[in-house]
Design a protein around this ligand. Structure first.
Ligand code: 26Q
Length: 838
């Protein structure tokens, strides 16, 4: 095997030694250029004269793949040879975004590729715009999984990511007449050069049917599952390149297909069309990502998806384990650790038990012991409507044998564990049971996760505390050490090095070249936070990024914005708890003040939104419409002299985030305290030098702890205040009646001021805040939010003060590198060592 060595970093280099790298660099550029040209001809089958941008992009990917696949194989071989303990990250979502620039960055070949393409008369950014986003996730949870893969690879933790190869990712959002329209996102309609199919690892997954009992000669009774159908799982591997190519992790996504042997009798009886129809059912399983990120729809197909990818993944895990262990399961929990990304893969628990009991002949107790030692669960939400519960009748229909196993787990738990701790207490039993009784009995997935898992973690300190104390207090009494925290993180390779080259350059100079591997090094910038030269450089980078974003805004929505204005950004899924409508109410208040006093001495401001609403979430869609309607009016109102602009950028996604975040002055993180588990864009914005205008919620609290409350703009009710206001009967009308400005703004929504000739089309927002009780305390926080904005404006006018705060925010985000998150998981949950690739 070829051994690779990372060049040793020398801190002091003479000019004489520097000449050689320059020659090396030229050679690398020439080599990459040759490789691209060669692939264009021999892999893509076209010529430079004819090649489209898409073809050039494909050739660039092929050139990068030369490095990537060799290293992937080396990584796999190392782990197979050493039988290394590995983590298996099960997630229904991986929001990978684009991979090419990231892969080149992590291979430290971005500059080489850029210069090679320049010699070919091409702009690398334009070429890479051809890459469709891999939008196989809804938002935070899916993007977190993607950042974790980058960090696992970089930190050389043995791992496999397992998920679903959705044919259609999260819908593409179009805005027509101000309204969201959903369009399918077929990211790989004509194939993708970033993935490779592995037919040798196909799995078959049984589904449906019934269970009967079999009595053995010794009188023991066992269950036999007779499934109705078999679905084929085809694995697609996406290599994830660690920084400096240290190791290449693998993301394995399962595509569903029909099995050939499937319903041959129907086919033979002449039912050719019927057989095809059944085939399409099997192929439906991985067709589309469900676009909800906070409500549980309880759809049969969704459970089928979850089961399908878990069943495929576990078979894959067992196959690999048995290559060395030959069906001896005594070492299983020593070699395998499984992380459940929320409850979506919970079904893996009874599926592992079923495989071990029914197919490998272990006893229930032995299988249960292994399950308890292998699984861990990460909770991402406290919202009751988002906690997954599946009707028992759906289980009976799809997974009858799994239901039996769940009942047995529940029986032992209630009778051995709960009964012992709280003898005769049926209320506690009902609360902790995996089964919710009632007219429609349901399986509570979170309960199954907590009962089984070795560790249960939340995703920010405050959230983990609430998970333990408010969501699962009785479980915490049973097992206090089960509950822990791992604060989320984001990869600094994508979210700083690749997306903000100007700022990355400053860090290269101030912190040395290793900061992408050790983000704490960025703290060195802090000592220059009062230095005018550095402030100017830092703010020049910000300004340049704003110029680029202004151009994008013009292209996307046709609105002119001034890069000297304050860029105030809220980008995230649309949800009432995230309170985009609070932001909108403030914009209305500012607009009103400007109309009353057009010469008001405030900095020009641009409010930038990006958000997708779940297709069935009517109020969320109404809020998008309102932002667009209000924006349209304001942007065309000459009376306010361009002091205020409001833009809604359609189809918010990872690649758009990479353009928006480096250009933000203010990061809006304004959730009702206690509702945002962590947030991760808050970290990305701060890293890129935006100030957080936010509530004390999720990871905002930890961000402010690091960057200083004086360098951010914090407002609003705390978690405790929210809880007590709700407990004492919150009445939003009181705020409406006592705040005349708030009243006039809300009443404005009933008029046709923003929707000429159509009064009332924006009224649903007002109704939700008054008649519907304002469940997320928007009105309670309005005055404090307005005050926060006024403080932000005052601070923005003091350029040096602002620059200092922005620099300190960026410099102190080291702890929010997802590398740190991975080290925490490895140490506190996985008991996992990193392993150099041979
Ligand atoms: C569940 C059942 C059926 C259909 C869809 C779903 C579903 C899908 C996605 C439920 C939830 C999600 C996604 C949740 C999510 O993104 N949560 C966010 O996770 C981030 C990473 O931990 C946190 O930073 C955010 O605070 C949290 O909202």
């Amino acid at each position: 095997m070829v051994t690779k060595s990372t060049p040793k970093k020398t801190t002091t280099q003479s000019n004489a030694v520097k000449a050689a790298p320059a020659a090396d660099y030229k050679q690398s550029v020439a080599k990459f250029k040759d490789s691209v040209l060669n692939h264009l001809r021999t892999t893509i089958g076209t010529s430079p004269a004819k090649a489209s941008k898409l073809a050039w992009w494909q050739a660039v990917v092929a050139a990068a793949n030369e490095d990537i696949f060799g290293r992937l194989t080396d990584t796999q071989e190392t782990h197979a040879k050493n039988d290394t303990r590995a983590v298996h990250y099960l997630s229904a979502e991986f929001l990978m975004g684009r991979l090419t620039i990231n892969n080149l960055t992590n291979l430290e070949k971005f500059d080489i590729a850029r210069d090679a393409l320049k010699e070919l008369g091409l702009d690398i950014n334009e070429v890479c715009e051809e890459e469709p986003d891999m939008a196989l996730g809804n938002g935070g949870l899916g993007r977190l999984a993607a950042c974790f893969m980058d960090s696992l690879a970089t930190c050389k933790y043995p791992c496999v990511g397992y998920g679903i190869h959705y044919e259609n990712g999260l819908f593409r959002q179009e805005i027509r007449g101000g309204k969201q329209v959903e369009r399918p996102d077929s990211w790989r309609e004509y194939g993708s050069p970033l993935e490779v199919c592995r037919p040798e690892s196909i799995q078959n997954v049984p589904l449906g049917g019934y269970v009967d009992k079999q009595t053995a000669p010794d009188g023991s009774v066992s269950s036999v599952w007779h499934p109705a159908t078999i679905i084929k799982g085809v694995p697609w591997d996406i290599p994830v390149v660690g920084y400096r190519g240290s190791s290449v992790a693998i993301l394995r996504l399962w595509e569903s297909r029909s099995t050939e042997q499937f319903n041959w009798d129907v086919f033979n009886a002449g039912g050719y069309v019927d057989a095809q129809a059944e085939k399409s059912l099997a192929e439906t399983v991985s067709k589309v990502l469900y676009p909800n990120d906070s409500t549980e729809a309880g759809k049969e197909l969704r459970l089928t998806q979850q089961y399908f990818f878990c069943a495929c993944s576990l078979r894959d895990i067992l196959r690999r384990y048995n290559r060395t262990h030959h069906h001896d399961y005594s070492e299983f929990a020593k070699k395998i650790v499984i992380q459940l990304n929320d409850t979506h893969p919970t079904i893996a628990i009874p599926e592992l038990m079923r495989l071990l009991i029914d197919e490998e002949g272990l006893s229930f107790d032995a299988a249960w012991d292994i399950a308890q030692k292998s699984f861990n669960y990460t909770n991402h939400t406290l919202l009751p409507e988002a906690l997954e519960k599946w009707p028992v009748y759906i289980f009976e229909k799809l997974l009858p044998r799994h239901l039996e196993i769940i009942y047995e787990i529940n029986y032992h738990f209630l009778n051995d564990v709960v009964e012992k701790k709280w003898p005769g207490n049926n209320d506690i039993k009902a609360k902790l049971s995996i089964i919710e009784e009632g007219e429609c009995r349901k399986v509570r997935m979170a309960n199954l996760c907590v009962i089984t898992s070795g560790k249960v973690n939340g995703v920010a300190k405050i959230h983990s505390k609430l998970v333990k104390e408010d969501l699962f207090p009785e479980y915490a009494e049973l097992w206090p050490n089960k509950f822990c925290n791992v604060t989320n993180g984001v990869t600094p390779r994508r979210w700083l090095l690749a997306c903000n080259p100007g700022l990355a350059n400053i860090y290269n100079e101030v912190s040395g070249k290793d900061w992408p591997l050790n983000l704490d090094e960025c703290e060195k910038l802090k000592k220059f936070a009062d230095n005018k030269d550095y402030q100017d450089r830092f703010m020049k980078v910000k300004h340049d990024n704003k110029v680029v974003l202004a151009k994008t805004i013009k292209e996307l929505v046709g609105v002119d914005v001034d890069p000297n204005a304050m860029f105030d950004v809220q980008v995230k899924r649309l949800h009432e708890y995230k309170r985009q409508h609070l932001n909108l109410l403030y914009i209305l208040s500012l607009y009103k003040s400007l109309l009353e006093n057009p010469d008001m001495d405030i900095p020009a401001q641009v409010f930038i939104f990006g958000a997708k609403a779940a297709p069935a979430y009517t109020l969320a869609k109404d809020i998008i419409y309102a932002i667009n309607a209000v924006g349209d009016k304001i942007n065309n109102d000459l009376r306010i002299k361009g002091k205020l602009k409001v833009v809604f950028l359609p189809n918010y996604r990872v690649s758009l985030a990479e353009k928006i975040i480096p250009a933000a002055d203010i990061s809006e993180q304004i959730s009702t305290a206690g509702y945002e588990a962590s947030g991760t864009s808050n970290m990305k914005f701060a890293m890129n030098g935006a100030l957080t205008l936010g509530t004390m919620d999720g990871a905002n609290i930890e961000i402010v702890e690091k960057a200083g409350i004086e360098n951010n703009i914090i407002f609003g009710l705390s978690v405790e205040e929210v809880q007590s206001l709700k407990a004492n009967g919150y009445n939003s009308w009181d705020y409406y009646n006592s705040n005349s400005e708030l009243k006039s703004i809300l009443d404005w929504l009933d008029t046709d001021y923003f929707t000429p000739g159509q009064p009332g089309v924006l009224s649903s927002i007002k109704r939700s805040l008054l008649d519907n009780g304002d469940p997320f305390l928007v009105l309670a926080d309005f005055a404090s939010y307005k005050d926060a904005h006024q403080r932000a404006q005052a601070m923005f006018k003091d350029k040096q003060r602002w620059a200092k705060a922005a620099m300190i925010n960026s410099a102190t985000m080291g702890i929010f590198s997802s590398d740190r998150s991975m080290h925490d998981y490895a140490r506190d949950i996985w008991n996992l060592q990193s392993k150099n690739v041979d």
